[in-house]
Design a protein around this ligand. Structure first.
Ligand code: UDX
Length: 437
């Protein structure tokens, strides 16, 4: 089986590399010549644990190639994946499908008969069928198959998610497409991974419904956290208590500063827009989006409250800028709202992040960067943890306390124990716990 992966963004790159690790012959295609040149030298454009080793190994084995030569890659391929970006369209929030349709046209022009075209990009319901129409118009009479194969990869653990998924979702409506997809995922049979083959629409909607549900679950626990703070309860205890109910499940119940990243914000917005367009509004999803937006701003207000009535000229240290740990991604990160809000109030903000500096620096003008997490504490009036990187968990609180000017610690991820922080002579405010607890 020869695969062409169109688009070497996050999803395309991880999926392409993992398929080559399964033993397939994979060519990853991108229009960005610089990126392709770097990838061919084994240089990885994103931070994703383990990806560099897999790229190196499969490049060496000759199973993986990176190219800008779209047509040749498609001609050689039995299966062509479309994994190009589907950004939010300005104005209506619907996913912008320009790149998907352009890729479809180009594939149609270059493909050989019996090619299976698979859409991996997250696309609104109905897109796969439209892509099939486009290909049919461009190459009338040439047999091909269309399939949908949404991804459920989490940044930071994308390789693990690809190799050991909970399930694989496939939309395929003919023998050619279904057989090809089953063959591609055969390496997962040993793990007895469920492969759900269904219609194109079912596969497309499954992806959106999954992400929206997870975003809703996080938002629910965030609101419960607010209530916990008012009534003197502890959201971590409540989350454990409800999470042990198998119908609820304990995952995605960590209260925090609101969800971010490249998927949840974009996908919830797109799903809400689709619901509106079809006259079936998803009100829970619409509310989730609104609550999450407000939450990020509320986090900045918590820090400002700690600084007292006149925050102007005060200094705040931030630990963690990426939208979550183990990634350098800052897309829609809560930090992108919190840091500017503090700066607007006249606060000087210093920050550390193990990986996100390069991505975040252009987006956060005026932010002072530290190479070492301890330096963030130097002379600050308050310290806030926005991202739960593991390196922050074991920092010496005595050392931090010794460097700070003020006493306030705002832990937006509940990674420190209040008692430990108090022992260091600092005050602690976590999420979903009464202040001081
Ligand atoms: C997500 C989905 O998990 C994945 O299946 C999908 O295909 C792409 O989108 P990702 O964006 O990489 O993956 O991150 P994820 O780990 O899901 O976290 C998303 C956001 O939710 C982060 O901002 C994270 O901090 C936040 N989150 C997650 C919480 O605040 N609490 C939780 O309990 C879990």
């Amino acid at each position: 089986m020869r695969i062409a992966m169109i688009g070497t963004g996050y999803v395309g790159l991880v999926s392409g590399v993992c398929f080559s690790e399964f033993g397939f012959d994979v060519t990853c295609v991108d229009i960005d010549t610089d990126k392709i040149a770097r990838l061919n030298q084994g240089e990885v454009p994103i931070y994703e644990p383990g990806l560099d080793t897999l790229i190196e190994r499969n490049l060496e084995a000759g199973r993986l190639a990176f190219t800008t030569d779209f047509d040749t890659a498609v001609k050689k391929a039995d299966v062509v994946f479309i994994a190009v970006g589907t950004p939010s369209r300005r104005g209506d929030g619907e996913a912008d499908l320009t790149y998907v349709y352009a890729a479809a046209r180009q594939i149609a022009a270059a493909m050989t008969p019996e090619t299976v075209v698979v859409i991996k990009s997250t696309v609104v319901v109905g897109t796969c069928r439209k892509v099939a129409e486009i290909i049919r118009e461009e190459r009338p009479g040439v047999p091909f198959s269309i399939a949908s194969n949404p991804e459920f990869l989490r940044e930071g653990s994308a390789i693990e998610d690809f190799m050991r998924p909970d399930r694989v979702v496939v939309g395929a409506e003919d023998e050619l497409g279904e057989a090809a997809m089953r063959k591609l995922y055969r390496p997962l049979y040993l793990r007895e991974t469920p492969i759900l083959v269904s219609t194109l629409e079912n596969a497309e909607l499954t992806k959106y419904a999954a992400n929206a549900f997870l975003a809703l679950k996080i938002t629910f626990i965030n609101e419960v956290a607010d209530l916990c703070e008012k009534v003197g309860a502890d959201v971590q205890k409540v989350a454990s208590g409800i999470g042990l109910d198998k119908r609820i499940g304990g995952k995605f119940l960590h209260a925090g500063p609101g969800f971010g990243g490249s998927c949840f914000p974009k996908d919830t917005t797109a799903l809400a827009a689709t619901g509106q367009r079809h006259g079936a509004p998803l009100r829970l999803v619409e509310t989730t989006i609104a609550v999450n937006e407000t939450r990020k701003r509320d986090m900045a207000d918590r820090v400002l409250a700690a600084l007292g009535p006149d925050p102007k000229g005060k200094r705040v240290g931030i630990l963690g800028i990426a939208f979550k740990p183990n990634t350098d991604d800052v897309r829609d990160a809560p930090s992108l709202v919190i840091v500017p809000a503090l700066q607007e109030a006249g606060v000087e903000v210093v920050a550390h992040d193990p990986e996100a500096r390069e991505q975040a620096e252009p987006l956060l003008p005026g932010l002072v960067w530290c190479d070492n997490p301890y330096d963030v504490a130097d002379g600050v009036d308050a310290l806030a943890i926005i991202t739960e990187w593991n390196v922050y968990r074991g920092l010496s609180l005595a050392d931090i306390a010794g460097r700070m000017r003020g006493r306030d610690v705002i832990d937006m991820r509940n990674i420190w124990q209040a008692a430990d922080v108090h022992e260091a002579g600092l005050t602690y405010r976590g999420i979903g716990k009464r202040a001081g607890l």
